[in-house]
Ligand binder design. Structure first.
Ligand code: HEM
Length: 174
């Protein structure tokens, strides 16, 4: 949903996924030479964070270089597979329960900005810790078509925190 608004002394363009969204993307076309496709391409081709989209059935439809780096699956192998390839077996029932519910209702229990922290598994079997946010994908009529997630590898920080907690517990009088 794009609209042009006058703010201050420049005309800006704002964009939201739906008219009810609280936060908006806002940019000044003349001050920014890039069009949306250039921006989208730059963000999606980054190798820092993983960006993964899935369709209504949880089949992977988008896998960016960050996902390849963090999870070890090349995009050619990951696209078309189930999200299960990154979800440890014991967490799959909870994930799919939540996923199906969001697909049916369009409502997530997680608000904008809420982080999900979960363990994950790489292609080589190594366990990692990730934090991620999810955004629903909807068609122009507002029907759910899938989800897109931005995921970050936080293993180093998580391990450091565990070590600090262990040390603190050892210092506390029993
Ligand atoms: C390592 C990868 C992942 C793990 C371990 C995982 C695990 C989980 C778990 C445990 C839940 C249930 C949370 C709860 O009940 O509070 C959940 C919910 C969910 N997950 Fe995943 N997930 C992963 C990746 C993804 C990805 C990549 C997507 C989207 C593309 C996704 C979409 C969802 C959705 C939509 C829900 C329902 C949230 C809600 O209840 O509002 N998950 N997941």
């Amino acid at each position: 949903m794009a609209e042009h608004v006058r703010g201050g002394n420049s005309v800006a363009t704002t964009l939201t996924a739906s008219p009810h969204d609280r936060f908006r993307v806002k940019w000044v076309p003349n001050a920014m030479p890039h069009d949306f496709e250039v921006l989208a391409r730059a963000i999606l081709s980054g190798a820092s964070d993983a960006i993964i989209a899935a369709d209504r059935d949880g089949v992977i439809t988008l896998w960016n270089p960050g996902a390849e780096r963090i999870f070890g699956h090349p995009a050619d192998e990951a696209v078309g597979q189930s999200l299960d390839i990154i979800i440890p077996e014991r967490l799959r029932p909870a994930h799919w329960r939540g996923f199906s519910e969001v697909m049916e209702t369009g409502q997530s229990r997680y608000g904008t900005g809420d982080l999900l922290s979960v363990p994950s598994v790489r292609r080589d079997g190594e366990r990692i810790s990730i934090e991620f946010t999810i955004v629903p994908l909807k068609d122009p009529e507002g029907r759910m078509t899938g989800m897109v997630a931005t995921l970050r590898d936080v293993t180093a920080r998580f391990e450091e925190l565990k070590t600090l907690r262990r040390r603190l517990a050892a210092l506390e009088p029993s």
